[in-house]
Design a protein around this ligand. Structure first.
Ligand code: SAM
Length: 262
């Protein structure tokens, strides 16, 4: 088979709710010869892959890649040599902390046709599900997406002072383990400890959990509510608007009983 007849579709699978897939993503999944997918692709989305279509899991939890990125690139290239319709399904959007462009570059440099299909990124999905606006007239005129992931556990090299701009909402992806660092660095750089914040775990899925906090209580709130990945953190005045819906904290009574407050 000639590689000229093949296409690798880099498809955004959204946050996990299949109804948040684009129609194009759904059509491509249904027509795929093979689907190569990540850890954050929801089970309900995978259920849309027709029985009989090959599926290949390539993982990717922080520091735990089922396949390293260069092997994923090579796998896609190999698949394009024998299949016409290769779907590379990613959580959220391929171009937001998704390494979609790296995969596209690798494939296109080897003559493989690539098409990119956007998906609903976690920030948009969590914003809607928890009712935290990302921009809001008079509170935030812009939004910034930053990574909380430290490459090879090295230093998180961010412009901390620049991130303290109170007119811009800060959205942190992959930041659960680095929350203490974020709080400390942002407060050191001048952001008020009382700045409102929201933590959203598994947003737009049946396991969604929403926890309100402030910049200074982020770590404590994440720990006491037992938040588990994936977690998105939104910091800024937008987190104080009335519509923000916190998930009832089922452990609150136990904690009060333990501490003798009740
Ligand atoms: C490697 S990044 C991938 C982001 C993805 N490409 C996107 O556009 O949403 C993984 C991070 O996205 C965030 N994330 C993805 N899905 C999420 C969800 N359903 N709820 C909360 N955060 C999510 C978390 O911060 C997680 O650590």
């Amino acid at each position: 088979m000639s590689i000229k007849n093949s296409c690798v579709y880099l498809v955004g699978g959204g946050p996990g709710d299949p109804e948040l897939l684009t129609l194009k993503a759904l059509r491509l999944i249904e027509q795929a010869d093979v689907v190569v997918y990540d850890r954050l692709v929801g089970d309900a989305v995978l259920d849309l892959v027709p029985t009989g279509t090959a599926r290949i899991y390539v993982g990717k939890a922080a520091g735990d890649h089922a396949l390293p990125q260069d092997e994923i690139n090579e796998l896609l290239y190999r698949l394009a040599q024998s299949k016409t319709h290769v779907v590379r399904l990613k959580g959220g959007d391929p171009n937001v902390f998704g390494r979609g462009a790296e995969e596209a570059d690798y494939l296109e440099a080897r003559g493989v046709r690539v098409e990119m299909v956007p998906g609903v990124t976690a920030a948009a999905a969590c914003s809607a599900a928890a009712r935290v606006p990302l921009t809001y007239r008079g509170l935030a005129s812009g939004v910034r997406f930053v990574t909380g992931h430290r490459r090879n556990d090295g230093e998180l090299d961010l412009d901390w002072r620049g991130l303290t701009d109170t007119d811009t909402t800060l959205v942190i992806y992959m930041g659960l383990s680095t929350l203490p660092l974020f709080s400390a660095k942002l407060m050191n750089a001048g952001m008020a400890p009382s700045t409102p914040a929201v933590l959203i775990a598994s947003g737009a899925t049946p396991n969604q959990k929403v926890v309100k906090a402030t910049l200074s209580t982020l770590t404590q709130r994440a720990e006491e509510t037992g938040l588990e990945m994936p977690v998105l953190t939104i910091i800024g005045e937008v987190a104080s608007v009335a519509s923000v819906r916190e998930t009832p904290d089922e452990n609150a009574l136990d904690r009060k009983l333990e501490s003798g407050v009740v």
